[in-house]
Design a protein around this ligand. Structure first.
Ligand SMILES: Nc1ncnc2c1ncn2[C@@H]1O[C@H](COP(=O)(O)OP(=O)(O)OP(=O)(O)O)[C@@H](O)[C@H]1O
Ligand SMILES: [Mg+2]
Length: 473
């Protein structure tokens, strides 16, 4: 049988080599493709991480470049809340702008707690107000020894045990709706908070002796620590004042009342300026700044500092114009040097200010004169907290590390802090003489064109003397 002729297409050595080369090239191409894909994936992941970090950048003026910390905000789930029937009313503590606070006892455990009933307008069919939701969300996420603890949120379907809670009988008599699709009034909502015996406003107005310098330092250091925690976690409190600062019988200060608090980003979003109780309101808010930062809280801390020293509110303005007048009297009028760019603020554009030469003294000198017993480190800290320019205020963590706290007298140890008879533990709700927090939904007043040119005339007359002026030689 004749052998079959070898096809000219048959494999030979060259073909095998060619095949091997083609295979190698194919593999190389595949490898390059995979590498390219992995590289693109890595780049995408890096970009996403960068975006998260950018978003998580610390609140402007609130942190000092430390890595941002994020709180876990519970996305929430549907479930039935416990009801107020688990608590027995003991006594009312206070009625504020956003709620009623009472002392109560958990029936099962005997634990004493504070119940804050959130005010919900029965006529408002829009559901739970956003301020109430914010307060719950922020308190639920916070865990710090200087921030009041939220134990749980309960609803008020059984009002029989809490008839004496409030004067607003409409809200109490609102029965808890069974879930239905018909729009109806929301139920009463109660925050169950750890019970804290005092608030600083009541102590300051009841105690016979002023706080010692070491006690003021203990309180301020704890306040700075609590505020630093909030700011590191992107929360601006927006209503720091002595009646929102609680003190327990172990000398621990707790920041309370998050009805005005906001979680913000960087850059801060446009926010309402109608926040912070008037006496503690920063000048940038009064001048209409919408993109304010956590520095508004540091201004309020400065006002609390002054109040702790004298037991009197530092800047008790009667209205917005009077508040600005009092602020300028204590801190001087803003100039392009002391507060670059302040003229761009809506209310500052056409505001008439006295010539800057009429404010002869600096904030520190004015503060030293007002607080003669304060050390120079203390006066420097207070003056920096009360900087008109928010960018010049220290952050809360800078404040906590300030030299003032390292100098003698050192902050008093908390356990050695004096105890006070608890009003919250004995009495029925007391009326307050403090100005209330701004009502929600209201617009900040328009202060454009206000004339402040005469605010230093009285001081000038005093400095110059009657009819003649003193010349220093
Ligand atoms: N956890 C608590 N333990 C004890 N007392 C408390 C507690 N929380 C609040 N209080 C008291 O109730 C008062 C009012 O509470 P809170 O500030 O939370 O309510 P509010 O209605 O928002 O008040 P406001 O509008 O006056 O600021 C406080 O000043 C304090 O005296
Ligand atoms: Mg309050």
């Amino acid at each position: 049988m004749a052998s079959k002729a070898k096809s000219r297409w048959a494999d030979d050595k060259d073909d095998a080599a060619l095949d091997a080369q083609l295979k190698k090239e194919k593999e190389e191409k595949k490898r390059l493709k995979t590498e390219k894909r992995l590289k693109a994936e890595r780049a995408r992941a890096l970009e996403a991480e960068q975006q998260t970090q950018d978003a998580a950048a610390p609140v402007a003026a609130a942190t000092d470049g430390a890595a941002p910390k994020l709180l876990r905000f519970d996305g929430g789930s549907f479930g039935r809340s416990r009801t107020i029937a688990h608590y027995d009313m003991l006594n009312g503590i206070s009625q504020g702008s956003y709620g009623w606070v009472s002392r109560a006892k958990e029936t099962a455990t005997g634990e004493v707690v504070a119940l804050k009933r959130l005010k919900i307008d029965p006529k408002d069919l829009g559901g739970v107000p956003v301020t109430a939701l914010r307060e719950i969300r922020v308190l639920k996420a916070c865990d710090h020894r200087n921030v009041v603890k939220l134990k749980e949120v309960v609803v008020g379907d059984d009002t029989s045990k809490i008839e004496t809670y409030g004067t607003d009988s409409t809200a109490l008599s609102t029965p808890l709706r069974s879930p239905s699709l018909t729009p109806a009034r929301p139920p009463s909502i109660f925050l169950v908070l750890e019970f804290v015996e005092h608030d600083l406003w009541s102590i300051l107005h009841d105690m016979p002796q002023p706080f010692l310098a070491s006690e003021v330092k203990t309180l301020l250091q704890q306040l700075a620590s609590g505020v630093a925690y909030l700011h590191e976690h992107w929360i601006i409190h927006r209503d720091l004042k002595t009646s929102n600062l609680l003190l327990n019988n172990r000398g621990q200060l707790k920041i309370a009342d998050f009805g005005m608090a906001r979680v913000v980003g960087n850059p801060p979003p446009a926010l309402t300026q109608h926040v912070v109780t008037l006496w503690y309101r920063a000048p940038e808010l009064l001048l209409g700044e919408a993109r304010y930062t956590a520095a508004v809280d540091l201004w309020s801390v400065g006002c609390v500092f002054g109040e702790l020293l004298t037991h009197k509110p530092l800047l008790p303005g009667t209205n917005e114009v009077d508040q600005l007048t009092k602020t300028f009297e204590l801190c001087g009028v803003p100039t392009d040097d002391s507060w670059p760019g302040f003229r761009r603020l809506p209310n500052a554009r056409s505001m008439v200010l006295p010539p800057s030469t009429s404010t002869r003294s600096t904030t520190t000198t004015l503060i030293r004169a007002k607080f003669p017993l304060l050390t120079s480190a203390g006066a420097a800290l207070l003056a920096s907290l009360l900087s008109l320019d928010p960018a010049r205020r220290p952050t809360a963590s800078e404040m906590a590390g300030h030299e003032y706290f390292r100098q003698d007298p050192r902050p008093k140890r908390e356990e050695l802090f004096p105890t006070f008879p608890s009003k919250a533990g004995q009495e029925r709700a007391r009326p307050r003489e403090t100005p209330e927090a701004p009502a929600r939904g209201q617009q900040a007043p328009d202060l454009r064109g206000v004339d402040f040119s005469g605010i230093f005339q009285a001081r000038e007359r005093e400095e110059n003397g009657a009819g003649f002026s003193l010349r220093m030689v």
